[in-house]
Design a protein around this ligand. Structure first.
Ligand code: ADP
Ligand code: MN
Ligand code: MN
Ligand code: MN
Length: 421
């Protein structure tokens, strides 16, 4: 009862004072922090342990370690956090064990050997938590067949930047919609591109951390951006994407904006104050715009094995695509929430109900890049995953499907090359 009351109070407080979160920060000039960050650390480093919570957000906490005992991930101690505060453990037995899995130089505490530590989560008995999807992925990628295949992943993370009201994307008019798509994708100019400082800062932060970020671009809607992580080998793909997501949240803190990786980021406008009939009309228009016009965000996964990257690799590519086709439904089931709204067959997506592939065809589930087709080897792109997909789950699913020893029937091919066959 008390909890509900507090929630209600909190909610109405939020609605009444949506900018309260800004005023709380107004005296916090982040530049002043630099004075302290350049102080020597007397042989100690700061290790930021990063872990994934119950709703797929990264959280972190810091500990001091002796520099000479933090050279590699194997040196680092396990740690715990209060799982009852993250919805991952009961209050009576609240400790979640976090095990360090990969370390990165910390771009927010540069120099001096400070690190970020990607961790996964266990019960005190040593069992992986249900939300520890890394555990299964690490098993898949440590199988001999997978190691021998040297799988490369390139993941294209799309996201939307929001103002602190959590309603209005950057560059959008309050209570309205921007001009239709067209000028924004890869755009330049103050009327086309919004919040560029965020992807720029994030890009450098990833480079500093040694995350293989391969590029960025502005997307089709104002405030929408994409970064690409890859090629990353095996389990590193999941680690690097999760760490890149964490870095983006940290960068957004500095700029006072928020990043959403939800495939359908625009949920409602603030139409309070309009009359009932006008409100209903506006809601119908919003639903229309959301379903018909607004692009929904994805996370394309580019993939190749050693065999696919060598001359004659096209055979292995087609074989793999056929196997993906045979397991289409299983893949869709783990490719992110609300994906059915996105995979409609419009806006360069394929229908969720039908698996297809094609050369240079962005209306297919899987695209073979033109360059790969021309050379006869290279990689393919799985265009089905949504932007909120768990990269551990999706990469491990692709790997295990590809490794199956069955020869699947030919999948539906849709391209000009097919017409010639
Ligand atoms: P798109 O043309 O679909 O927008 P992007 O340039 O955004 O493609 O992303 C392509 C991704 O694929 C990059 O992260 C890149 O590093 C990755 N990539 C390139 N070659 C390979 C390969 N052989 N195997 C797997 N991924 C690759
Ligand atoms: Mn892209
Ligand atoms: Mn894109
Ligand atoms: Mn793509």
């Amino acid at each position: 009862m008390l909890v509900i009351l507090l929630l209600l109070l909190g909610k109405s407080f939020n609605m009444m004072h949506p900018l309260e979160r800004i005023t709380g920060k107004s005296s916090m000039d982040p530049n002043i922090l630099d004075r302290y960050l350049s102080l020597p650390q007397n042989g100690m480093i700061q290790a930021e342990y990063v872990f994934i919570d119950a709703i797929g957000k990264c959280r972190s906490k810091t500990r001091t370690l002796s520099q000479d005992k933090a050279k590699s991930v194997g040196d680092l101690p396990e740690w715990t956090y209060d799982g009852s505060s993250t919805g991952q453990a009961p209050g009576e037995d609240s400790e979640v064990i976090i095990k360090p899995q990969k370390i990165y130089p910390d771009p927010f505490r540069p120099g001096n050997g400070n690190i970020l530590v990607m961790c996964d989560t266990y019960t005190p008995e040593g069992k992986p938590l249900p939300t520890n999807t890394r555990f299964n992925a690490a098993n898949v990628f440590s199988q001999k067949e997978s190691v021998d295949a040297t799988p490369w992943f390139g993941l294209e993370q799309e996201y939307t930047l929001f103002n602190l009201d959590n309603v209005t994307p950057l560059g959008w008019p309050a209570n309205g919609y921007p001009m239709p798509q067209g000028p924004y994708y890869c755009g330049a100019g103050a009327d086309r591109v919004f919040g560029r400082a965020v992807p720029e800062a994030h890009y450098r932060a990833c480079l500093y951390a040694g995350i293989p970020i391969s590029g960025i671009n502005a997307e089709v809607m104002p405030g929408q951006w994409e970064y690409q992580i890859g090629p990353a080998v095996g389990i590193n793909a999941g680690d690097d994407v999760w760490m890149a997501r964490y870095l983006l949240d940290r960068v957004c803190e500095d700029f006072g904006v928020m990043a959403s990786i939800h495939p359908k980021p625009i949920t409602h406008g603030d139409w309070n104050g309009a009359g009932v009939i006008i409100t209903i009309i506006i809601i119908i228009i919003i639903i229309f715009i959301m379903i018909i016009i607004l692009p929904l965000l994805g996370m394309h996964i580019n993939f190749s094995t050693k065999e696919m990257r060598q001359s004659g690799g096209m055979d292995a590519i087609i074989k793999a695509i056929n196997r993906l086709g045979a397991r289409h439904k299983e893949h869709i089931a783990v490719y992110g929430e609300d994906n059915e709204l996105r995979l409609t067959g419009k806006h360069e997506t394929a229908s969720i109900n039908e698996f297809s592939y094609g050369v240079a065809n962005r209306g297919c589930s899987v695209r073979i890049p033109r360059d790969t087709n021309a050379k006869g080897y290279g990689y393919f792109e799985d265009r089905r995953p949504a932007s909120n997909v768990d990269p551990y789950v999706a990469t491990a699913k692709i790997m295990s499907t590809i490794m199956e020893k069955v020869d699947a029937p030919p999948a539906l091919r849709k391209d000009k090359a097919a017409a010639k066959l």
